[in-house]
Design a protein around this ligand. Structure first.
Ligand SMILES: [Zn+2]
Length: 545
């Protein structure tokens, strides 16, 4: 029998196939690798990609599951470098997408009926730019809807909120309340409170009773799972306390394999509390890990309170403000850098950006780090070119939100003009100066395709184009939301592109982003989302294979 053996071995080698878990084929696979190459088929085993190439690679494997893409486009899963996913109490109303004050009142009325008289009602996500009335909801609108319930509704972006009379009374705020430090209690021209508080809405929201832990945890897990429908396979949560991180750990221990991968930035809570936390940037695994330490250096743009070098349009002398004293900023940057943390700081106005970069630079000069990957979250008002060059030289990156140009257009037009308006949330200029950039949403809204649309068109909601020279190519936009985004969590070797050896995190899209009319980008549907080789989301009307 022995003489048959060699022949048999050869035959086996020729016809045998390797086992695999999943084959996707007959598609247009945008690898987002260094060359931004294309492929037709992709093979997954054990959660990782084992082969990417032409249709011929399919014959080398014996996959447990086969997905015929029928020509559809696949890209790496979106990595959102800046989100705020929150578990919510039952008091909470999700107001993103509400299109009129009348609709908003209807939602509040229904919630009041559900919860009963006297119960607090909270909400998040309205924007006057999306409301038919073209103005903000005010105290009286909420009094109308729920006179017997205290109500506070936070604007998209989180930098201002409107409360009704009942809420203001319970919070002890009246016409004579002095203006709080770092914020504004708005009065109308007759001196009456209009219900809006900028930057310090906590004066009212501190009165809202806490939800139960279970209520919040269940809701957070559900909201994380919802990200899969948007094609998000990884996200960076922009700021939790060490205690807040414990909830994420519980959720990921129980069902991390059903959720997008997450990295959680930890808020600066002082070196003692951070030391007690006992963890640092990079701790964790490929499902959940600790990210950069986070500080809000200045306010947001919705107020506006971002700290700018020039006064806001039509507001002589008003340049926003820092959220903390300059000396404190320098001291905590130095401490966090020495302790080995990556720094990911919120800086929106150009003055805040210049200062933060200088603080990072001084800390790095005093205590050099090899691969620090410090970055700025947001980058709305373009700083001087000298600051960009300094960032490039020091390796300070930007987690940018191209969608702001679209969603926050109304705010920018109201508060900025000239070059500062045209170059709002710059993309190409910093990149051309060598600043490394990843993209994300800051949940305004979360959908990555809004960011991709705004990045390649630079259009606001009105259709107006802002700084066309800041436009990215589609390849740059996809790279910013995938391969470059992975860098921010030190994971560019394991995700962000579709290459052998990388995690099989990908999305199947209804249309080809590389050839689509840019005006249709936001209509593209996410048909399927795969994380670690497992199909975790399928669009409901997508036929099952
Ligand atoms: Zn944010």
């Amino acid at each position: 029998m022995g003489h048959f053996l060699p022949a048999l071995l050869i035959a086996t080698a020729c016809t045998s196939t390797e086992p695999a878990d999943l084959l996707l084929h007959n598609g247009k696979i945008v690898t987002s690798d260094e060359r931004f190459g294309l492929a037709e088929a992709l093979v997954v085993r054990g959660g990782y990609i084992v082969a990417v190439g032409g249709e011929e690679i399919a014959s080398r494997y014996d996959p447990a599951q086969v997905i015929d893409l029928e020509g559809r486009t696949v890209i790496p899963g979106f990595i959102d470098t800046h989100t705020h996913i929150r578990g919510r109490s039952r008091r909470h109303l999700e107001l993103a997408g509400v299109q009129s004050i009348a609709e908003l009142q209807e939602r509040v009325r229904a919630k009041a009926a559900e919860l009963g008289e006297g119960e607090w009602i909270t909400g998040y996500g309205w924007s006057e730019d999306e409301l038919a009335e073209g103005r903000r909801p005010l105290r009286w609108d909420l009094d109308d809807a729920a006179p017997l319930n205290p109500v506070i509704l936070t604007r998209a972006g989180g930098h201002s909120a409107v409360s009704n009379s009942r809420a203001l009374t319970l919070a002890g705020i009246d016409e004579n309340t002095p203006q709080p430090e770092g914020g504004v209690i708005e009065h109308d021209r007759n001196g009456r409170l209009n219900g809006v508080i900028r930057e310090r809405a906590g004066l009212v929201s501190r009165m809202v009773p806490d939800a139960t832990e279970d209520e919040i945890e269940e809701s957070l897990a559900r909201m994380l799972r919802d990200q899969l429908a948007l094609g998000i396979t990884s996200l960076i949560q922009a700021g939790e306390t060490p205690e807040g991180y414990a909830m994420w750990e519980r959720i990921y221990a129980a069902r991390g394999e059903e959720l997008p991968r997450a990295t959680v930035q930890i808020r600066w809570v002082g070196s003692d509390r951070l030391a007690a936390f006992g963890r640092r940037t990079g701790d964790g695994d490929d499902r959940l890990r600790v990210g950069a330490v986070k500080v809000l250096v200045d306010g947001g743009f919705t107020g506006p309170a971002a700290y700018t070098r020039e006064p806001y349009k039509g507001q002589p002398g008003y340049r926003g403000s820092l959220n903390l004293p300059v000396e404190e900023l320098y001291a905590l940057v130095d401490t966090a850098n020495r302790l080995g943390w990556q720094l990911g700081f919120h800086a929106i106005g150009d003055s805040a950006i210049v200062l933060t970069v200088d603080a990072f630079a001084q800390a790095l000069a005093a205590h050099p780090r090899d691969d620090h990957r410090h970055y700025l979250n947001h980058f709305t008002v373009s700083p001087p070119v000298g600051t960009l060059d300094r960032m490039a030289a020091l390796g300070i990156a930007v987690a940018q939100q191209p969608n702001f140009t679209y969603t926050l257009e109304g705010r920018y037009v109201a508060n900025l003009e000239g070059d500062r308006l045209a170059h709002n949330n710059p993309l190409k200029l910093p990149m051309d100066r060598g600043v490394f950039m990843g993209l994300g949403s800051d949940i305004l809204p979360i959908g990555p395709l809004v960011g991709v649309y705004a990045a390649v068109t630079r259009k606001g909601m009105s259709g107006e184009v802002y700084g066309p020279e800041e436009r990215l190519t589609m390849a740059e936009a996809i790279t910013g939301y995938t391969r470059h985004a992975a860098w921010f969590t030190f994971e560019e070797r394991t995700k962000g592109s579709l290459e052998p050896g990388k995690l099989a995190d990908l999305v199947v899209l209804s249309d080809d982003l590389l050839t689509i009319d840019p005006e249709r980008i936001m209509d593209v549907e996410v048909e399927m989302t795969v994380v670690g080789g497992k199909v975790l989301y399928r669009r409901p009307d997508t036929p099952r294979q």
